[in-house]
Ligand binder design. Structure first.
Ligand code: PEP
Ligand code: MN
Length: 336
């Protein structure tokens, strides 16, 4: 339930109102937006009478949120959320490019590629340490050693780092990671989402392989329900009947999300297509569609990559694409 307050509502009267609602057993979410102060009531509001609330002096209007996602809902928080991850800000008005290999393979590999993507203008380094592979015989990642190498690359370049968590018992290994990725396969691992809700680290929540936008937002809601509001959504392609691309990039998810939620949204064109030749056109389309950034796989030598070489750009291709992205982001008045 959303209560829009009158602009002249005093701090004391707002505090009293919040206190009354808390005593009724509800969680109260206060959002001081650019236009209005909005109070979101979260919990079982069935016993609350909207007409009674409407008659309170400081209340301008009362609305029920019909969608099942509440805290992620733009109605609850009309202004865009800006999420801090390390030294970068992700959200409306900014355009961030996260780049790096699918997997961390060795110290030399990750330090070298980190330097390359930084030089081309990436603002964050990616690299998988725990890899969710379809085959148990495929490279599974370097695990905690991989995270240590990412931290070395962060020290060497100053780039904040993002890497994927697969197991909630590993959370302590992620203390020095700036953005924790929940991969497509774990989007509905609710125990993992609840655990991430308890920490204050930003989370990059990728869309599941065959999940609707509403299911995806409900996964964000799981994290927010625990108190962690630092979430960035990442569209990475969904399963369709099409076989010529690895997945089908749902570019329309960007404007849909922009209308439904205040959370930032970025695009991963690498996993969406599985083909390095399609990364550039879809990256450009992502800027035009209003995304807040990109996550692109870049490998020192894609033909030798231990994972996802076919979709990885080499450093020269990434350098050239960044030139194109910068022009387009500036055209959209975004800080890149
Ligand atoms: C990844 O980013 O390394 C990854 C495995 O992506 P996804 O979960 O989208 O498949
Ligand atoms: Mn990959």
């Amino acid at each position: 339930m959303i209560i829009v307050l009158k602009n002249k509502a005093s701090k004391d009267s707002i505090d009293r109102f919040v206190n009354d609602m808390t005593l009724k057993g509800l969680n109260v979410h206060l959002s001081e937006g650019s236009e209005h102060t909005i109070i979101g009531l979260i919990g079982d509001t069935t016993a609350i009478n909207a007409d009674d609330l409407q008659s309170i002096e400081i209340v301008e209007s009362v609305k029920r949120i019909s969608e099942p996602f509440k805290q992620a809902n733009r109605k609850m928080h009309p202004d865009d959320s800006l999420i801090k991850a390390g030294n970068i800000t992700v959200g409306e008005g900014f355009f961030n490019v996260i780049a790096g290999p699918c997997s961390v393979e060795s110290e030399e590999q990750i330090i070298e590629i980190a330097g390359d993507v930084k030089k081309s203008g990436a603002s964050m380094l990616r690299g998988g340490a725990f890899k969710p592979r379809t085959s148990p015989y495929a490279f599974q990642g370097l695990h905690d050693e991989g995270i240590k190498l990412l931290i070395k690359a962060k020290k060497a370049t100053g780039l904040p780092i993002v890497t994927e968590i697969m197991n909630l018992n590993h959370i302590d290994l992620f203390t020095d990671v700036d953005l924790i990725q929940v991969g497509a396969r774990n989007m509905q691992n609710f125990d993992l989402l609840k655990e991430l809700g308890k920490c204050d680290k930003p989370v990059l929540l990728k869309r599941g392989l065959a999940n609707t936008i509403e299911e995806w937002l409900m996964s964000a809601e799981y994290i927010m329900a625990g108190g962690n509001h630092n979430i960035i959504l990442c569209e990475r392609g969904i399963r369709t009947f099409e076989t010529m691309t690895r997945n089908t990039l749902d570019i329309s998810a960007v404007p849909v999300l922009k209308s439904k939620t205040h959370l930032p949204v970025i695009i991963d064109p690498s996993h969406a297509t599985g083909n390095s030749a399609m990364v550039a056109p879809l990256s450009k389309a992502s800027v035009a569609a209003g995304a807040d950034g990109l996550m692109i796989e870049v490998h020192n030598n894609p033909s030798k990559a231990l994972c996802d070489g076919a979709q990885s750009l080499n450093p020269a291709q990434f350098e050239s694409l960044m030139g194109e992205i910068k022009k387009r982001a500036e055209f959209e008045n975004k800080i890149i």
